[in-house]
Design a protein around this ligand. Sequence first.
Ligand code: PEP
Ligand code: MG
Length: 587
Amino acid sequence: MDSRAKPETTIAGIAASPGIAYGQVFVYLQSAVEVPSYLVEPAKRLGEVGRFERALVVTRQQVGKIKHEVERNIGPEEAAIFDAHLMVLDDPALIGETIREFETTGLNIETCFQKVASRYAKAFAAFEDKFLAERAVDLRDVAQRVLKNLLGQSETSLSHLAGQRIIVASDISPSESATLDRSAALALALNSGSKTSHAAIVARSMRIPSVVGLHNLTGRVQNGDWAIVDGYDGLVILNPTESTLFRYGKIEARKKSFEARLLEANREPAVTLDGAAVTLLANIEKAEECAAAKNYRADGVGLYRTEFLFLSGTHIPTEEEQFAAYKAAVEAMAPQPVIIRTLDIGGDKPMAGKSDLFPKENNPFMGFRAIRFCLEHPEIFKDQLRAILRASAYGRARIMYPMISGAGELARANAVLAECREELKARRVPFDASLEVGTMIEIPSAASTADLLAKQCAFFSIGTNDLIQYLLAIDRVNDRIAHLYEPTHPAVIRTLRHIVQEGHARRIPVGVCGEMAGDPVFAPLLLGLGVDSLSMSASWLPAVRYLVRAMTMADARALADEALALESPAEIYARCDAFYRARVKLD
Ligand code: PEP
Ligand code: MG
């Protein structure tokens, strides 16, 4: 059936990245393969074993090819993991047991193979020995491939799409987003996630219209269905009618003309009507994004999330590799500053395939993440710190630590940095001796002890994404409770005020680099609370700059005072929204 003959359905989710896209859907099912279970007729039993053997042969060929490509493009060490996959495919016990299971039950070979493979994977996972436990991951990976081949499903990847498509998936991991084919991805529509999940942040930095938190969307669409993704209002419209398409065409034209107006205004300085200059910075994940940051006239980079370097490859990047990336960013932005955040891996940015370094955790957001990881792996931390210090000789670099929870941790991080400085000095390697070191304030304990932290660093940058999640105990990537993730909760406003006051009392600047900073509804509130700089995905800069130019700082302060006196998140939000709407008109 032509999907355009299907009824139109609108599904509401969470707007994650602005823009509107219309096109055909590609359902990306990276998760477990759906395996049908049925009895095989006696006449077809012989053929069933043959089918299994052919699937194993095809899988071996596929894995061999990937291994070869990885060997050529990345290196033999990284390719070795596929030897483990090939070993699984040749394992006589696994194959023999699958055939025996089939002979006794008469069930289709996919069902038998899945059962045996998952029994093996469980047994491996239970081993104390890390090497053996890791085989469980290999086994599951290969088993998925074999099952896909048995079921005639093609290999799925986001790096080569057949044409321009709207990608519908349950979720997208950081490494998948790293290899996403930007020219072919029209839009993203994901079952899970929230405004501050990693996939949403990446989508914004790649400027891909996106809606997340769509629950069971993958179960409601098929490859080839037509859809509109409305990244402004957080809607996905399946099989839109002609009249909806017409309406959306008009909305898009209006938004485009508004965006053109914003871009026009973006050439002007970010100064309020009463003459206060506001520092607007860009968040980046890769050095190449400095081009967009400059294009949008950012005053520098306020947050370089360096974990991308670690997530896009299969190995921990060396000091040299990191140095090249940081140097490129610092040089591209010079003379403006680049705040390079040290590694923040874990949480919604897990590092795959390194289970020796990152053991599986029940609660990764409260686990072995960011600075905790770095302080326990000084060799990895020091490689990064030396790489940043060396890059500082080529422009204006600053260092910032993520997830600092108290003064002791900050002192330990600074001590490791001091060692790196000494090592470079001894080797006569140049670096900027006056390089400033700051800390993110994104854990409530850091907020409460901001006075102590301020004694040991040169600036604060508030990570509202995590700060809100930890203050309100709302998992930032859980779409079921996304509505409770409230940036205007009085606890958030009071905490922000406290951090700013403590920072300023000790004469250090306080910025915000969480998603709140790039939202024009919240930016005036932050500025009114006394925040010195706002750092955001480069594509938000025009909208925030436009608003800054349309408001007075005196009004922003009054808004903040009003917000501090209000009791409910909804009331505070309404005031912020009214402030915004009174100054920015779409038409
Ligand atoms: C934050 O927590 O607000 C932040 C900017 O860091 P990330 O989103 O990378 O955790
Ligand atoms: Mg954070």
